[in-house]
Structures are given as C-alpha cells and as structure tokens.
Design a binder for this molecule. Structure first.
Ligand code: HEM
Length: 479
C-alpha cells in the first residue's frame, strides 16, 4: 500500500469516527425479537474492511477469520465489510450451506468496487451472467480442454526459453504472471506476439488490486487506478473484437479458434448475439479470473518446491517417467497429464496453504435462519477458504506441507475449496489444472533452484504473493 493511500485512509477513518465508538453485537435480539449472529460492525461506514484487508497485507488473512471464530462463534459471525452488513459463514458446514443454497436463499454478489470496475454488470446483471455461465462450459468442456494441452505445451516451452533459460537468477512471480497471461491471451483471443502480450498485461495488476480495494474513487487510490486500467484494457479488447469480426467475415479467422470467435458466432436461445462491448467485458473478466489466480499458484509451487527437497524429488521422479514415455519433440497430451497424480496432489496442497482467492461473497435474497441466528435479506455473506484449509479440525497440523492429504478419497467434502463449490464453482478449474501441470512438468524437467531470500514475507493483496516476487537462483539440469 502506498503512503498516499495509507494517509488518505487514516484521515478518512479519523473523520468518520469522530464519535469514536465501536459497535459491538453479542447476539442481542433486534427490535422484532430476531437474534443476529454475534460479532461486531467495527468502525462507522467502513466497518471492519480495514482489518479484513490488513491481515492479508501482513500475510495472515486467516487471522481475521480465526480471531472472530474463537471470540464470537466458530459457525458464523457478524461483521461489516466493503460498506455492507455482512456475516462470515465458517467451517465445512458454512461452505456447504452457501454452496448448496445458490438461487434459493443466496445469490452471487461482488463488492461495489467490482461493479464500478465492470460497469456493464450493472446494466446487464443477472441475465448476462447466466448467459456467460451457459457459454463457458462449452469452452471448458473435455474435448476443448484436450485440444488445449499441446497448445499449452508449446506456449510453456516458449515461456521457459524466453524467460528462464540462460539466466542465473530470476524473479519468479513476474515470470509466472507473464506465463499465465500469455497462455490466456493465446487460448482466449489468439494473441501470442510477446510484445503485444506485454503491452496488454501491464494494467492487469492494477485491476486485480482495485477489485478488492476500499471503493474510494479519488486520484491515486488503488480503486481509481483499477477503474482506469479496466477502461484502458476494455478499449483495447473492443478493437480486437471488431478486428476479429472482420477477419471472420474474410475467412482469415476460424469459428472454433478461441473463445472470442465462439462468443461472436453463438447466439442465445432467442437468437440474440452478445454486444461487442459485453464480449470485451466478458473476455476481460476471463483474463482476470484466469490470470492472477493461476500465476499465484505457480509462484507458490516454485516456493514450496525450493523449501522441500523431498517433495521436489517426488515431482521430478513422476515427471521424468512422463518425459521418458514421449518421443523426442512430442508434445504433452491429456493422457500424460492424467498420469501426474503426485504432482497434482502437491499443487492441491499449495492451493490449500496459499489459496489464490481467499473466499467469495453471496447476498441473502430472503430472510432465513442459520444455526439459530437470523440472517436478514440483503446481508452479504462470505465463505472463506481459510476457515477450513487452515483449521486443525479438518486438516491436522494445518501448517505442515503434506500432499498425502489428497491421496485416496482425499479431504472431507466442503473442506478443500480453493475453487469454491456448488453452481458457482470456478468454471476455469480444469483449465487451471492443465496449465499448472504443464508448468510443473517443464519447471522440474529443466531446473533445480534455491530461494535468494530465505524468509521472504508473504503479502495477500488480494492474491497471495511473496513480497519481493520470490527471487530464485537457477541450477539447470546437465543435459
Ligand atoms: C488456480 C486457479 C484458480 C482458482 C484458485 C480459482 C478460484 C475461483 C474461485 C474461488 C471462484 C469463486 C467461486 C465463488 O463465487 O464461490 C472463481 C470464480 C471464477 N473463476 Fe476461477 N479460479 C482459478 C482459475 C480460473 C481460470 C483459469 C479461469 C478462466 C479460464 C477462471 C474463471 C473464473 C470465472 C469466470 C469465475 C466467476 C464464476 C461465477 O461467478 O459464476 N478461474 N474462481
């Protein structure tokens, strides 16, 4: 967080809190006799948003959750986040409840900051979101995913050749961000020229930070930077959409080459095509969803494999077996990835300890009861991956890195939730699995490495990342 923003925020807190009182709620009945979940609303207006974000900036987002679970209730507690009345649903039971009541008691909700950065979601709202949801499985269905594996392999090899090979030291997180963004550009909009990809990638960081920032729209705030960056990218994408329309008409592009062609050529049930602006916006959403999450996961894989040589050895052995089964120059395919069971268990353990998304919001669409407490219509409800991932009740010795947790039937239902669950579960889950495995394959087949800052701090803003980007020293395998 830069100094300007910190100062602005402190002033803001001082001004709005002139009455200087905290609001505490200890399950007192409301005027109509309903008992709200225990908890506290925090500061006037901004509530507990600052504490919520600040525990992440210090690298321990789970602290916000666990402090309140032990103080108020391990099942559900009240708070106020992103300028809204909110309740955090905890544990496997909380996850299950929110995931299985989608469109019955709750529906997806994003903070006001997201609506401002994606203004079209205001206008087109639920209908567009549903259309998009219907369209995505097409793009991520098994046949399509099978086709992406060799493309992913080519892009990944180019990425390692350009960014890693011949270097003694690299900054991991910068490279993993380039990697996932390059791949997304290739597979979503068929752009692969590294210069063009670099030009588009710059503003994405500001968008991701702006999305979960406190929505103060003033010059220099992370929120304003996010809005400006999204406007810039949207304009670029709109130009790409228009050009693609021309290329499709001229036969220079094919209908199945990527998601962009798919969106342009497929109408909904009423025969209506998506507007160009909405396509640009949806592609923007996919690039964000598919970029920062997977790049954070890849960076943490590099971190844990550097710290745990026996885990590195296990991954190396498995990937060596796959490499040995291939003819020289033969690209990876779907079947190869299905053999990478240990590697995927390692990746899952990384996603447990450093989930790229900490959780997500829902909105109560009606009044209902949960665990004896009233949840009023309109409240924002949050599920948190950490409330189970770092909870000894579900993962004994939660800080221990142990991929064997995922062997056999794996963790209990609703406890391992890096991709969420229920109807809103991340549609890019399989795509993410493929890109992470292809990345792991080339990483260990080419290198060993060591961290240059042994106890580098972790920052969660909003994705987890090593504070200095995880600089490492590379030791290429001898040919
Ligand atoms: C390791 C990588 C990833 C992780 C951990 C992850 C995690 C998540 C989570 C937790 C959600 C929210 C679910 C909820 O609201 O409960 C989500 C939503 C979403 N993800 Fe991912 N994701 C990843 C990769 C991807 C990729 C690669 C794409 C696209 C190719 C993608 C596209 C989306 C989209 C479009 C949504 C919104 C779905 C909706 O609201 O209905 N994600 N993701």
């Amino acid at each position: 967080m830069d100094i300007f923003y910190a100062t602005l925020l402190s002033l803001f807190v001082l001004v709005v809190s002139f009455s200087f009182h905290f609001f505490f709620f200890k399950s007192k009945p409301t005027e109509d006799g309903k008992v709200l979940p225990p908890g506290r609303k925090g500061w006037p207006i901004i509530g507990e948003s600052f504490e919520f974000l600040a525990t992440g900036w210090k690298g321990h987002p789970e602290k916000f959750i666990f402090d309140r679970m032990s103080k108020f209730s391990p099942k559900v507690f009240r708070t106020s986040l992103m300028l809204e009345d909110a309740a955090v649903f905890c544990g496997a039971q909380g996850n299950k409840f929110l995931f299985s009541n989608e469109n019955k008691l709750v529906q997806g909700w994003w903070p006001a900051s997201v609506d401002k950065i994606f203004p079209s979601s205001d206008k087109t709202s639920k209908i567009e979101a549903i259309k998009m949801r219907k369209m995505l499985p097409n793009f991520f269905k098994p046949e399509a995913l099978h086709r992406y594996v060799p493309i992913m392999d080519v892009v990944t090899q180019q990425h390692f050749a350009n960014g890693w090979e011949g270097k003694e030291e690299i900054v991991t997180y910068e490279l993993t961000k380039n990697f996932t963004f390059w791949l997304a550009c290739k597979i979503f909009i068929n752009i692969e020229d590294p210069e063009r990809v670099r030009y588009l990638s710059g503003p994405f960081e500001s968008i991701a930070t702006g999305l979960l920032a406190i929505p103060i729209d003033l010059p220099g705030t992370p929120f304003r930077r996010g809005i400006n960056a999204a406007n810039f990218i949207r304009k670029e994408l709109l130009a790409i959409v228009k050009q693609r329309k021309i290329d499709l008409a001229d036969g220079k592009a094919t209908p199945t080459q990527d998601i962009l062609s798919h969106m342009l050529l497929h109408s909904d049930e009423d025969g209506k095509f998506m507007a160009e602006y909405d396509i640009a916006d949806k592609i923007l959403g996919l690039l964000i969803g598919g970029h920062d999450t997977a790049s954070s996961a890849c960076a943490f894989i590099v971190k844990y494999l550097a710290e745990l040589p026996e885990i590195y050895d296990g991954v190396y052995k498995e990937q060596m077996e796959v490499a040995k089964s291939k003819a020289p120059g033969e690209l990876l395919n779907w079947e190869d990835l299905s053999k990478m069971k240990y590697s995927w268990n390692v990746a899952c353990e990384v996603l447990r300890l450093a989930p790229p998304l900490q959780g997500a919001f829902r909105e109560a669409i009606t009044d209902f009861m949960y665990n004896g407490y009233s949840i009023p219509k309109g409240w924002k409800l949050y599920w948190s991956a950490n409330s189970t991932h770092k909870n000894p009740e579900f993962f004994p010795e939660p800080q221990k890195f142990d991929p064997s947790r995922f062997e056999g039937s794996g963790p209990a239902p609703y406890t391992f939730v890096p991709f969420g669950g229920g109807p809103r579960m991340c549609p890019g889950k399989e795509y993410a699995r493929l890109e992470i495995l292809v990345f792991m394959h080339h990483l260990v087949m080419k290198f060993k490495w060591e961290k240059m800052i042994p106890d580098e701090q972790i920052v969660v803003n909003p994705m987890p990342s090593p504070a200095k980007g995880l600089p490492i020293r590379l030791y290429p395998h001898k040919a």
